[in-house]
Design a protein around this ligand. Structure first.
Ligand code: CP
Length: 322
């Protein structure tokens, strides 16, 4: 595998390798080594057809800290708005000798198309495609969980038995999908909590239990509770339940937050809808890992770029190649 397109096909060993290299990257950052020469002479293109704050900026920071040249491409203000196709955009990047393309696209499967079309030689990293996957988000989430569980003694370890509740709009969430596949590979115990109207049809085939009652999940004292953003932009009509009903039944409000076990960490991939899926008390509490997740994202993305451009994620490490 020259690309990182999903976590569904990522083996436990490949995932742990990425998390361990991310630990090494984090260690260099904490020693105030701001720049490593590792990717000098390489070009990383951030190709974003959908809006992003965290993912785009942290891929840019990651590439720059590895001394790569970075080209930022946003569909807004580009020739995409004049009707240029993904193929022509990709071939333009090919002409600019991109070594890695980090792509976010509204269409599920667009990164795979880019990786398999032959339009481009570069390694492709999926930075979120439609409702499909967001693999580096799941990796930084797992990295955060492993650190919270093992401190900096987590190298080589998985998340065996770690209990994670993923709450909210599972139907539209690429973050939920990537987390479910990755956390399952790492041995975690996953509970999905969602309104029945926001559950994917094929959820019975996912390696997770599904419940519909957030209070039940809160009272089970998970090790981590991950609140998902309501993805209004992916809903074609009005969604049921409406916002007030959603916040009442599936929001982490102050009452539920106060009932959560003191050991439970509160996660959110961002951006948050404060007052809808998560209250300010939870989001701003010391038990929230939301900004820690953002900081860890840089180390994880440094690891992914390093491993992809060094070719170390290829071969039998992936489930696809077994
Ligand atoms: N979590 C996440 O993907 O955030 P952005 O949309 O800001 O990149």
């Amino acid at each position: 595998m020259r690309h990182l397109l999903d976590t569904r096909t990522l083996s436990r060993d490949a995932a742990i390798r990425i998390l361990d290299v991310a630990e090494d990257m984090a260690a260099t950052q904490s020693r105030d080594v701001k720049k490593l020469p590792t990717l000098r002479g390489k070009t990383v293109v951030n190709l974003f057809f959908e809006d992003s704050t965290r993912t785009r900026i942290s891929f840019e920071a990651a590439a720059k800290r590895l001394s790569a040249d970075v080209i930022n491409f946003s569909a807004k203000g580009s020739s995409v708005s004049k009707g240029e196709s993904l193929q022509d955009t990709a071939q333009t990047l090919q002409a600019m000798a991109a070594d890695a393309v980090v792509v976010r696209h509204g269409a599920s499967g667009a990164p795979r198309t880019l990786a398999t079309s032959g339009w481009i030689d570069a390694g492709v990293v999926n930075a979120g495609d439609g409702t499909h996957e967001h693999p580096t988000q799941a990796l930084l989430d797992a990295f955060t969980m492993r650190r919270r569980r093992h401190g900096d003694a987590g190298r080589g370890r998985d998340l065996d038995g770690y209990r994670v509740a993923i709450v909210g709009d599972v139907l539209h969430s690429r973050v939920a999908r990537s987390n479910v596949w990755l956390l399952d590979a790492l041995g975690a115990d996953i509970t999905l909590v969602a309104p029945p109207t926001l559950v994917p049809q094929d959820v019975s085939r996912w390696p997770a239990r599904i419940i519909y009652d957030l209070d039940e999940a809160v009272d089970a004292s998970p090790d981590a509770i991950m609140m998902l953003r309501i993805q209004s932009e992916r809903m074609t009509g009005s969604f049921f339940p409406n916002e007030r009903e959603y916040a009442r039944q599936w929001g982490l409000d102050p009452v539920r937050f106060a009932r959560l076990s003191g050991d439970t960490i509160v996660m959110h991939p961002g951006p948050m809808n404060r007052g809808l899926e998560i209250c300010a008390e939870a989001a701003d509490s010391p038990r929230a890992t939301i900004l820690e997740q953002v900081a860890n994202g840089v180390s994880v993305r440094m690891a992914v770029l390093y491993l992809l451009l060094a070719g170390e994620l290829s071969g039998p490490d992936t489930k696809e190649n077994r």
